[in-house]
Design a protein around this ligand. Structure first.
Ligand code: SF4
Length: 350
């Protein structure tokens, strides 16, 4: 963080109480500041119940203007809202706000860019900037809430970045989001998605949390998975599925496997059968995705007919399966697409 100062949203209430004590300020001020931060107000000028001397001290000690909304895009098709945030050091991240019958869900980024190199992903093509702090993950939610002036019901850590590649900050984020004095978001309302960083998945299992786990699979065997996702060269599919089984067993939570369908690549009925054999006995649900396309992607989305046939084949063999509803297709709502577009434009304008 700039000049080694912490971003104000990285502070827990306890951190703020300690800071107040160290600064000779009454500790009830910590509650006041924490309440402002939890409501998406970071600029001390807007914290109307604080004395100017305290605002000045807080500004001196922490980064308070480290995050703001740079662009907003709203889908004319379904109202999905994509916010592009600029961070204190110029990095750009994306957050997507989606409206469902069950409530409002927000998809947040965990890193500015990603190192994992999945071939189908726009984030991978845009390169890696840095990992986000816990507060920068939380900030995407509280600023989104403030922006739409509505309560966010659930959060998925499925935007730009591999969350398990930023493990400590991710766990810090869960604690901040959970805090009943702050956002007070229950674990069951949070989902984390990984491409399969097995050692971290095992570590995560040992927390025995009730957070939902989603795993990007996209292929039923190692040979094909290696062609799509470089992480498969490090951790084999059997090792990954074993770790998932263990997660489901120890937490009692059902895992979601994400499977994007690419035309002529992983969408045959034989592959559907292979997938069934791989996941048989795992407490899971398969989420099929008619893959997003972007310029430069080597894959094309499956035809509607192939998607339907694949889904039916899985269902016929007794698997729980859904087809993910596409949202915000007119505003490039899939992971990393906007960031990549904006950075390309900025490069062209240089
Ligand atoms: S799909 Fe996820 S893990 Fe893979 S490159 Fe994209 S952001 Fe990274």
């Amino acid at each position: 963080m700039s000049e080694n100062k912490r971003f104000c949203l990285d502070l827990s209430l306890n951190d703020l109480i300690l800071w107040c004590k160290d600064s000779g300020v009454p500790t009830y001020r910590a509650d006041q500041i924490y309440s402002w931060l939890s409501h998406g107000v970071f600029d001390t000028a807007e914290m109307t119940n604080l004395p100017n001397s305290l605002k000045k001290k807080f500004d001196e000690d922490f980064v308070c203007k480290g995050m703001h909304i740079e662009h907003e895009f709203i889908s004319k098709i379904d109202g999905t809202c994509k916010l592009v945030y600029s961070l204190f050091d110029g990095h750009i991240i994306e957050t997507v706000i989606m409206r469902y019958k069950t409530g409002i869900s927000v998809c947040i980024s965990s890193q500015a860019g990603c190192k994992m190199g999945c071939k189908f992903c726009a984030s991978a093509h845009a390169g890696f900037g840095r990992s986000l702090t816990s507060g920068e993950m939380l900030g995407q939610i509280v600023l989104s809430q403030r922006h739409i002036n509505e309560r966010i019901h659930s959060v998925v850590v499925m935007g730009i970045g591999e969350p398990f590649d930023n493990y400590d900050n991710l766990i810090g984020f869960f604690k901040l989001a959970n805090d009943e004095n702050g956002l007070n978001l229950g674990a069951r309302h949070i989902t984390v998605s990984t491409c399969g960083v097995v050692p971290k998945l095992i570590e995560f299992t040992e927390l025995r949390s009730q957070i939902n786990l989603s795993v990007s699979l996209h292929a039923p065997n190692d040979a094909l998975r290696k062609e799509i996702m470089p992480i498969a060269n490090v951790y084999g599919i059997k090792q990954l599925v074993e770790a998932c089984k263990d997660y489901a067993k120890k937490t009692g939570r059902r895992i979601t496997f994400e499977y994007s369908l690419f035309n002529g690549v992983n969408d045959s009925l034989a592959m559907a059968d292979e997938l069934v054999n791989l996941l048989r006995g795992v407490h899971c649900h398969i989420n099929l995705i008619a893959a997003n396309e972007f310029d430069g992607s080597p894959f094309r989305r499956s035809t509607i007919r192939n998607v339907e046939a694949f889904r039916k084949q899985l269902q016929a063999k007794g698997m729980n399966v859904t087809l993910r509803r596409e949202m915000g297709t007119d505003i490039m709502a899939a992971c990393g697409q906007l960031r990549r577009g904006i950075e390309q434009k900025e490069t062209q304008n240089d």
